[in-house]
Design a binder for this molecule. Structure first.
Ligand SMILES: NC(=O)C1=CN([C@@H]2O[C@H](COP(=O)(O)OP(=O)(O)OC[C@H]3O[C@@H](n4cnc5c(N)ncnc54)[C@H](O)[C@@H]3O)[C@@H](O)[C@H]2O)C=CC1
Ligand SMILES: O=CCc1c[nH]c2ccccc12
Length: 296
């Protein structure tokens, strides 16, 4: 399949680095439930396909058990390391040994550094634990093993605790974000503190949360821009300076997603999606940790 001739925009982070504004995820579709040591060639092939198509931002996590496949795909892609933006994440089981965790991740990834290292979720202890873990992340950045450091799934309360003792403001908070989960209060907090938002599950309104109130309006936009609903939802993120992280095992779909770089929504269209989207609430991940009515 021919590579589309397009440029994925980049967003500047608060530490001066830049993140490509469309990520390819190695969780969800690829998440391994079995033995991590059993290498899955389908994952390697899928990541290589994504890189071949033009994806440079690759999202991993120790939790997904797919770091070895991600590393092999990067190596076999033949693409220079410095042209890629690689993220991985540390989770609760290793939260008290972040130095050890990143070294293990880097070994699996066959890399000397990651571009972005995240704490996967905040539900691992007290405010003091959140502050200690962040100090350990700062040490990782200082040692050069991660260019940028950030968090994932943090709420304003967790960020407030972290910032009380932080020397470095997180560059990124990776959160579930789509028109049916707009996180208004959290996004305001991010803006106030210069934290970039990356969005997982950006296609929820076109996939898991269908049918929904946006179907008709977004259907009309697909005709105007000659793209599919997926690309409208990816562009809706990009046009709000939010970095969507998607995935697929299908080459055609991955190629189609890249059309999100070929058009822009108007401010009125973004406003309309925001307003219609607020008619429905849907959370696809980490639900047990939120109150049913909590939209934060
Ligand atoms: N930090 C965190 O807690 C989390 C991070 N993530 C990251 O984000 C990445 C993307 O997350 P997703 O929820 O998968 O993102 P997403 O909302 O972009 O959904 C992608 C999925 O939608 C499917 N899809 C696309 N079009 C479809 C259609 N027309 N019909 C049916 N299915 C369709 C794709 O095949 C793929 O499986 C993950 O791989 C992971 O890297 C995901 C969840 C949690
Ligand atoms: O990063 C994603 C974490 C996550 C939370 N719930 C699920 C279910 C399936 C794959 C990944 C995840």
């Amino acid at each position: 399949m021919a590579k589309l001739d397009l440029t994925i925009p980049k967003l500047k982070l608060n530490d001066g680095t830049s993140i490509p504004m469309l990520g390819y995820g190695t969780g969800t579709a690829w998440y391994k439930t079995g033995e991590e040591s059993k290498i899955d060639q389908a994952i390697i092939d899928a990541v290589k396909t994504a890189i071949k198509l033009g994806y440079t931002h690759l999202d991993g996590a120790e939790m997904y058990k797919t770091e070895s496949e991600l590393g092999t795909a990067i190596k076999e892609s033949g693409v220079p390391r410095e042209t890629l933006f690689v993220t991985t994440k540390v989770d609760k089981p290793n939260i008290h040994d972040i130095q050890g965790a990143i070294k293990t991740s880097l070994k699996k990834l066959q890399l000397d550094y990651v571009d972005l290292y995240l704490i996967h979720q905040p539900w691992f202890g007290s405010d003091a634990d959140i502050q200690k873990a962040w100090a350990d992340m700062e040490a990782v950045q200082k040692s050069g093993l991660a260019k940028s450091i950030g968090v994932s799934n943090y709420l304003p309360s967790h960020l407030t605790a972290l910032l009380k003792t932080a020397k470095v403001v997180p560059s990124v908070n990776q959160i579930e974000f789509h028109p049916y989960l707009q996180r208004v209060e959290l996004l305001d907090f991010h803006k106030q503190h210069g934290i970039a938002t990356t969005a997982f599950a950006p296609l929820t309104a076109a996939t898991k949360a269908k049918p929904g109130p946006l179907d008709d309006y977004v259907g009309r936009l697909t005709k105007k821009y000659a793209v599919s609903e997926n690309e409208i939802y990816l562009r809706w993120c990009i046009d709000q300076d939010i970095v969507p992280i998607t995935t697929s095992s299908k080459e055609q779909r991955l190629s189609d997603y890249l059309r999100a770089a070929t058009f822009k929504l108007t401010p009125a269209e973004i406003k309309e999606i925001n307003e219609i989207g607020q008619q429905k609430h849907f959370r696809g991940f980490w639900q047990k940790l939120f109150d049913e009515k909590d939209r934060s």
